[in-house]
Design a protein around this ligand. Structure first.
Ligand SMILES: C[S@@+](CC[C@H](N)C(=O)[O-])C[C@H]1O[C@@H](n2cnc3c(N)ncnc32)[C@H](O)[C@@H]1O
Length: 833
């Protein structure tokens, strides 16, 4: 403000822009009035009057009459800041402070007004000599007084009498209205009305006229309507100002004003109300800037300050939709004229849609159309609308029954009263071309491609749109299905008449309407001037704003494959297939029941098979027994026992086989002595508490390979005990004795086996160690050609001879050696001590 000081010259946009402000002639009447502006009576220019007159004449009568009669909710929903008619009238008339100073870009009334008065004051203080302060009637009171005069002049004789009576009753009449005023009133009464308008007279009432009294820095309520003049006049008297009364009291003059004019649409709503907050948290946490400090062009209405205490309410606050941020919105449904859904910027739209809003006959459909038999034109006998106010040509209209649309040729009812002219209505509605008139839009659905959404409400049976496209013959339709649309998911074909099909691939928006098993629309053919047309009509329950339009496709034979339905209705049939009549339903039920029965049978069979398989598996015995049972000591013991038994059985059968084989061996043959050498027994004491399996490995001693059996003591290798398991056992002493027997080749003719038996017999001669378990390890070194079998035969014989314990020889292993000798190691088990 400091950079662009407001001056009188700057307020060019106001009709009162050439009003001079002369503070010298309007000295402050009280300290409170010091900063206010008033218009100089001395400089009241004719131009000013003309401007006011012009602006008042431009103002519509309704706006002059008082507050607004209704709100345009559509405007409100569009988040426009609505301005009440009363305030608008004041703005037009140029009588508000805002208009006077508001020609500047920043329209803050109070701030600017203050700025102007300060500037003016500054200048005046510099130029004018100080004058003594004198008490003067408050400016607002003077305005009221002037208004009283206007009212008086508006009232007729009778009315004035009533007013005067009221004044007398109050005992204040004379003090308020001067004799001069009365004279003027009389004069105005006698003057012809046409010559000088009353308002002009009121304005031109000389040096004490209304203009003189007006302080343009205050809000003046609009003049009361003529009807209420009497009442307002009374009230004006009753509330007539006291000298120097506070300004706030003048607000009572607006008593008859509707509260929402004074306080805005959300009357009763706290100034701290925050519509973005839920429930009880709607108090503003941050204080909104008050209107005095705001730089917006808000205006306070008289009386607002009074009702809202110190926080003056801005009248007509922004509609609450404007406040809401997107993420804070929640679902609710409100009528179209307040809110209509519409596509947003990023929303997907259909790409290759060739929109055709009229039917077009294609190919042989033209000939079919021309040749088709025309029904005789229908004519209804309906006359007038029913007494109940219903339109004529209702359900019983002959045209309607015949699916003909009424027109002036076939119906005697006037257009506006006939209820069977839907396509005519549709045409005139679409001619207007507004979003509300079209009333629908295409939107993307979740699983069903595009669909059509209603942007307004539709009454039951009301026509919404027409299904148009190319009209083709059945043959052409089949061809298109086979060739052009064979890979398509969506089809837009609809039967129009016998033999003719509408292909909406190039068609109207109706082609996007999806199927539902519980639809809210229906599609019907209507003959308009004899031409069949397909209309989409709202169903019995109508269609609400925001709902998706659907109808029942009732597909008979829609392509080869049956498409699944995703309409989500409770009674969904599951597929986009035909709705069946009762007989067909019964048949289908039978088929379905049969299918179900078979399926149940198969399922039972499968279950039984599975059970059988399980049983077979468990009957096979121990396969896998589960980890838990292996850890179970009882089971472990049982398993061991089983294993032992199996081994025993295997051994005994094996032994029997071997014994049988050996039984045939040479008995009593003369034995050649075998050189044998005792190997010093090695004793090993095991003290481990764990079961041990002891083995001895014996390295071949470096024999000289002579003919003599050479057994060297101590040639045996070290015994290497090995811990084999963790089963605790009692401590025991095991003695392993080792013997090496070498059988030379020269020992023939007695077989090696016999000689070995003899040698083994010598091993038996060794002292027995009482109470100790023994193992006998015999290393046999025999000629290389000696068969393993003969060695084993000898061992078997030795066992049979009782040379060794029942366990007998365990194994033969190893081969090779030096000088053509073959070495075999025989391990004998415990000998019975
Ligand atoms: C006349 S078109 C409707 C508009 C189509 N949704 C689109 O995006 O172009 C018919 C096709 O829409 C799909 N459709 C319509 N209603 C459906 C529903 N309830 N469930 C599944 N698909 C549907 C089917 O693919 C059907 O062939």
């Amino acid at each position: 403000m400091a950079e662009t000081p407001m001056t009188r010259e700057s307020s060019t946009s106001s009709s009162l822009s050439d009003v001079d402000i002369d503070a010298s002639t309007t000295p402050p009447t009280s300290q409170a009035d010091t900063g206010e502006m008033s218009i100089s009576s001395a400089k009241k220019p004719a131009a000013l009057l003309e401007a006011i007159e012009e602006s008042l004449e431009r103002r519509p009568r309704r706006s002059r009459a008082g507050g607004p009669s209704s709100y345009n909710l559509k405007q409100l929903s569009d988040a426009q800041l609505p301005i009440s008619t009363a305030s608008a009238s004041r703005n037009v008339s140029g009588l508000t402070g805002r208009t006077l100073v508001g020609g500047e870009a920043e329209g803050d009334v109070k701030t600017m007004g203050k700025g102007v008065s300060e500037d003016v004051e500054g200048e005046e203080e510099a130029e004018l000599p100080p004058r003594p302060l004198q008490r003067k009637t408050s400016v607002r009171d003077r305005v009221k007084k002037a208004a009283g005069r206007v009212v008086g002049s508006v009232l007729g004789k009778r009315g004035r009498d009533v007013v005067e009576a009221g004044k007398r009753k109050l005992g204040r009449g004379k003090s308020q209205v001067t004799a001069e005023d009365e004279d003027e009133d009389e004069a105005s009464d006698t003057e012809p009305q046409e010559e000088v308008p009353r308002w002009k007279k009121a304005l031109e009432m000389g040096p004490k006229g209304l203009l003189d009294e007006l302080d343009l820095d205050i809000d003046l309520p609009a003049p009361p309507p003529a009807k209420k003049a009497r009442l307002s006049g009374k009230e004006a008297m009753k509330d007539s100002p006291q000298p120097s009364a506070p300004l706030a009291k003048a607000a009572t003059a607006t008593k008859s004003m509707k509260p929402w004019v004074r306080e805005g649409l959300y009357v009763g709503q706290s100034p701290d109300f925050d519509p973005t907050q839920p429930g009880g948290k709607r108090k503003l946490t941050k204080k909104r800037p008050s209107s005095s400090s705001s730089s917006t062009t808000t205006t306070t209405m008289p009386g607002a300050a009074e009702s809202a205490g110190s926080k003056s309410r801005t009248f007509l606050p922004l509609p609450m939709f404007g406040y809401l941020k997107e993420e804070k919105t929640r679902d609710f449904r409100i009528p179209y004229d307040v809110f209509a859904p519409s596509l947003r910027k990023g929303d997907e739209r259909p790409k290759d849609w060739h929109q055709v809003n009229r039917n077009r006959l294609v190919g042989e459909a033209k000939q079919i159309w021309e040749k088709s038999e025309r029904l005789p034109a229908s004519r209804c006998v309906c006359r007038t609308p029913s007494a109940g106010g219903e339109m004529a040509c209702g359900d019983h209209c002959l045209n309607r029954v015949m699916q003909y649309e009424c027109n002036d040729d076939n119906c005697a009812v006037k257009g506006g009263e006939c209820g069977n002219r839907c396509f005519a209505d549709l045409t005139s509605r679409l001619k207007k071309g507004g979003a509300f008139d079209v009333g629908v839009e295409v939107l993307k659905t979740d699983r069903r491609g595009f669909g059509v959404r209603s942007c307004r409400t539709w009454g039951p049976g009301e026509i919404i749109m027409e299904y148009t496209g190319e009209i083709v013959s059945e043959g052409e339709c089949q061809r298109r299905m086979r060739e052009e649309y064979k890979d398509k998911q969506c089809y837009y074909l609809m039967e129009l008449e016998r033999g003719l099909i509408i292909d909406g691939t190039k068609g109207s928006m109706a082609r996007f309407i999806n199927h539902s098993c519980e639809p809210n629309c229906e599609v019907r053919m209507v003959k308009v001037n004899g031409t069949p047309r397909m209309g989409v009509f709202a169903g019995e329950r109508g269609v609400a704003t925001g709902q998706e339009l659907t109808y029942d496709y009732n597909f008979d034979n829609f392509g080869e494959k049956v498409q699944n339905c995703y309409c989500g209705a409770a009674s969904c049939r599951g597929t986009l297939s035909k709705r069946l009549n009762k007989d067909e339903q019964k048949k289908q039920l039978k088929v379905e029941n049969e299918k179900k029965r078979k399926a149940a049978e198969e399922a039972q069979q499968a279950a039984e098979d599975e059970e059988r398989k399980k049983r077979v598996k468990s009957d096979r015995g121990s396969g896998w027994r589960g980890w838990a049972s292996v850890d179970d000591p009882e089971v472990k013991e049982r398993l061991k026992q089983e294993k032992r038994e199996r081994e025993e059985a295997a051994k005994s059968s094996d032994r029997a086989r071997r014994l049988a084989a050996r039984g045939s061996g040479a008995q009593g043959a003369e034995r050649e002595p075998v050189v044998r050498k005792k190997v010093e027994a090695k004793r090993r004491r095991t003290v481990a508490v764990e079961e041990t399996v002891t083995r001895s490995t014996q390295q071949q001693g470096e024999g000289d390979g002579g003919d003599e059996v050479d057994v060297e003591a101590g040639a045996a290798g070290a015994v290497v005990p090995a811990v084999a398991s963790s089963r605790p056992v009692s401590a025991a002493t095991v003695t392993t004795r080792k013997t090496e027997i070498t059988i030379s080749e020269t020992a023939e003719p007695e077989p090696v086996a016999d000689r070995l038996v003899t040698a083994l017999d010598g091993v038996q001669d060794d002292e027995e160690l009482e109470g100790e378990a023994e193992e006998e390890e015999v290393v046999v070194v025999a000629p290389a050609k000696t068969k393993k079998q003969s060695i084993m035969k000898s061992v078997g014989q030795a066992v049979r001879n009782g040379l060794f314990g029942a366990v007998g020889a365990k194994a033969l292993g190893g081969s090779g050696g030096k000088g053509g000798l073959k070495q075999s190691t025989l391990n004998f088990g415990k000998r019975s001590g």
